[in-house]
Design a protein around this ligand. Sequence first.
Ligand code: SF4
Length: 370
Amino acid sequence: MAGIYIHVPFCVSKCYYCDFYSVKSGSNEISSYISALSNQIKSMVSGNIDSIFFGGGTPSVLSPAQIGRVIELISDVGRISEDAEITLECNPEDANLNYLTELKYIGINRISLGIQSLSDRVLKTIGRRHDSLTSETAVANAIKAGFDNISADLILCLPGESSSDVNKNIEKLVKMDLPHFSTYMLSIPEGSIFFNDIPRGLSDDDKQAEIYLETSKKLRSLSYEHYEISNFSKPGFHCRHNLKYWKCQDYIGLGPAAHSSISGLRYSFPKSIKLFEETYKHSMPFEIALSTLTPEGRVDSTDYIIMGLRLSEGISLSSLYQLFGHTLSAEKLYLLKEYKDMGLVNYDGDYLSLTLEGFLLSNRIISSII
Ligand code: SF4
């Protein structure tokens, strides 16, 4: 079963921490994008599909009719399983009751809300267009529209935000019965507005560690499974689509700037909507469509370790051997023993995973064993 990722490369304005590929949205731009996307779907999609993820950019700039048309096209050329997870990332300011009700009707069954923080001051500082009341209304609307699979995206360590602020945000959202949280740490990538204009009030390393640990402990104590380094869910609500990335399974990425992993080979499309529209003026045979993507190498054992150790279930070293023909060297196995004594990893001679303290030091631990 493959997953489909659709990159919707439009945003009304740019949030200050963001370097995702997007351009300003206008109705003409959106309709030419949809027409190119339709041709790419006809060219590249086939077989069984059990997850579709509309990400961006801002997928909620598309109308329910446009999103419904995309799903319909996918089902014309592929077989969407009956229980497929179909997610749409939605900005809180777009999440009105009519919009969400129509999304539910056309087959979206998971909503991921870009809430980020419930502090109006912080939201302003990072250039978001919504406020906390809009987010709370968005959650209430999603529930009213009939969604039971709702995820809140929060960013940890935003300028001036303490661990008790984050805890209060979580308590408020948990009361609204959200089954899933993604809690990524703030990063300031090159190309973002903050990169050239560093904001005041950023957390130092110690404070970042405290916020990460406090948030994780809080959600764990409220019966959320900490199933991935930055993701928490009630049982049965893990994000099926994102699990494909962490388990190095196949997925087809559509749209400009989208990444794909097809038969163990990775590809991307350049970050250019113009090139995307020129390339997909018509549909084409799969092999030719594949040649329009930039090859990015084979999924290898390093990817398997890096991605797999993001998951609480971790990886199996015997599977590593079966898949790639080698396992960790004696020197690295010795390091694992030391990490185990330090309480950073769980290791039983085959299964290897990081503990909560290990997650905190994941970059250092992983780079020392690959
Ligand atoms: S964070 Fe989301 S809404 Fe903000 S600029 Fe980036 S992609 Fe657009």
